[in-house]
Write a protein that binds this ligand. Structure first.
Ligand code: FES
Length: 206
């Protein structure tokens, strides 16, 4: 299975829930009357969220009809962008950055945990179908390397131990809090005691 492979077991029907239908209407209001088709991307994302993180063909057909555009136009967008999954990825999709800054700070250990706890191969579901993982290129949080993205959240400044705890929490459907696991606020230096002219950095950190 790859995330861009069309899943063989497709649901026959898709339609937005009442709640998402209202959200879709609000999305449409952001576009000029004659540019409604530009809403295809947020609507695909909405469909993905409703359908446990992946988009079935029936959802693409539904969105095409909703926007009065040809199905192939929706299909083209869904198959082009990496943010759309066309096969099940589980409730929690773990993306592990393995670009150089994360790799030299230990991303290989994070991969090891994913292989051990989720599945031996990337893009495969865990036994309980809650999670899958994949390697990705830089996610733009290099200063907090190594890191993973879980759905829309970033978990940063990780090591093998806390990655294991995070993955276990996902598998139990009780996700731990995202953010820095070295107690940093956003990208600020560690262990700052105060800002009165004195900044205390963690001298042991490489
Ligand atoms: S290299 Fe990993 S977030 Fe940039």
């Amino acid at each position: 299975m790859t995330l861009k492979t069309i899943y063989e077991k497709q649901p026959e029907v898709f339609k937005f829930s009442d709640k998402n239908l209202k959200i879709a209407e609000d999305i449409l209001k952001k576009y000029p009357q004659d540019r409604k088709k530009s809403a295809v991307m947020p609507l695909l994302y909405l469909a993905q969220k409703q359908n446990e993180n992946w988009i079935p063909l029936s959802a693409m057909k539904y969105i095409a009809k909703y926007l009065s555009i040809p199905y192939i136009k929706v299909y083209e967008v869904a198959t082009f962008y990496s943010m759309y999954n066309l096969s099940p990825v589980g409730k929690y999709l773990v993306q592990v950055c393995t670009t150089s800054p994360c790799l030299i700070r230990g991303a290989d250990k994070l991969l090891k945990v994913c292989k051990e706890k989720i599945s031996t191969n990337e893009k495969e579901l865990s036994e309980n179908k809650k999670c899958s993982w994949m390697e990705v290129e830089c996610l733009g949080a290099c200063v907090n390397a190594p890191m993973i993205q879980v759905n829309e959240d970033y978990y940063e400044d990780l090591d093998e131990k806390n990655t294991r705890e995070i993955i276990e929490s996902l598998l139990k459907d009780k996700p731990l809090k995202p953010g820095s696991y070295r107690g940093r606020k956003n990208t600020s230096p560690e262990n700052i005691q105060n800002f009165n002219g004195k900044i205390n950095y963690d001298q042991n950190r490489r």
